[in-house]
Design a protein around this ligand. Structure first.
Ligand SMILES: N[C@@H](CCC(=O)N[C@@H](CS)C(=O)NCC(=O)O)C(=O)O
Length: 206
């Protein structure tokens, strides 16, 4: 059976869990990272020398990096469904996964650390504001993309929606004033109704 290591409070673990649930896969999730530790044991480091979550073991195939895991699971278990048959749609979804990881997340991460993981007296409001300005600009880019298509890579739900959906879910749950991005908001409402999204959207930030 598929094994997933990682605490659900990790946005990167959330992507993998959402993907597995979307595909209807049976899996065992093993708590790791944060307060659960595990990631510094020799056994874990042998699977992921970075000591980060998530990691999967699928019948002996071990893989780390959340977006790579989502792509692998979608390709192996969702060919033609979650994994688009059309190479251009696949490339488009792939592009948005990279964008989530290198452009959007680096803004959301610091805001999350300050607002959720830092006590109010130690909070750095300048970091939160810089992150907010950055993320609003990036969400403007996503909003323009979603203005003309139902999902990020076209009319069908793809792995790109999973990666972005986890980041946007986190952003929308942060206690801060946000600008309107009507197309992102419409898309997020649709995502919340997907069976794979349940564990992620029902989770409070911690
Ligand atoms: N690029 C990696 C990043 C993994 C990562 O930074 N994971 C964080 C949680 S989101 C982590 O393991 N932090 C240490 C911990 O939880 O102990 C991925 O997408 O999988």
């Amino acid at each position: 059976m598929l094994k997933i290591w990682g605490r659900l409070t990790s946005v990167n673990v959330q992507k993998v869990v959402w993907c597995a649930d979307e595909l209807g896969l049976e899996y065992e999730r093993i708590e790791a990272g944060g307060k659960y530790g595990v990631v510094n044991t020799p056994e874990y480091r042998a699977m992921n020398p970075n000591g980060l979550v998530p990691v999967i073991d699928d019948s002996g195939f071990v893989l780390w990096e959340s977006n790579a895991i989502v792509r692998y699971l979608a390709a192996r278990y969702g060919e033609g469904l979650l994994w688009p048959a059309d190479r251009y749609v696949r490339a488009d979804a792939d592009r948005w996964m990279d964008w989530q990881s290198v452009s959007l997340n680096p803004g959301i991460g610091p805001a999350f650390i300050q607002l959720i993981r830092t006590s109010p007296e130690k909070r750095n409001v300048a970091v939160v504001e810089a992150a907010r300005v950055d993320v609003e600009k990036k969400l403007g880019v996503l909003d323009a993309q979603l203005a003309t298509r139902e999902y990020v890579a076209g009319p069908s739900f793809t792995p790109g929606d999973i990666a972005l959906g986890c980041s946007v879910d986190r952003w929308f749950k942060l206690p801060l004033a946000r600008e309107a991005h009507p197309h992102v908001e419409r898309w997020y409402v649709t995502l919340q109704t997907r069976k794979g999204a349940k564990q992620v959207v029902e989770l409070a930030l911690a």
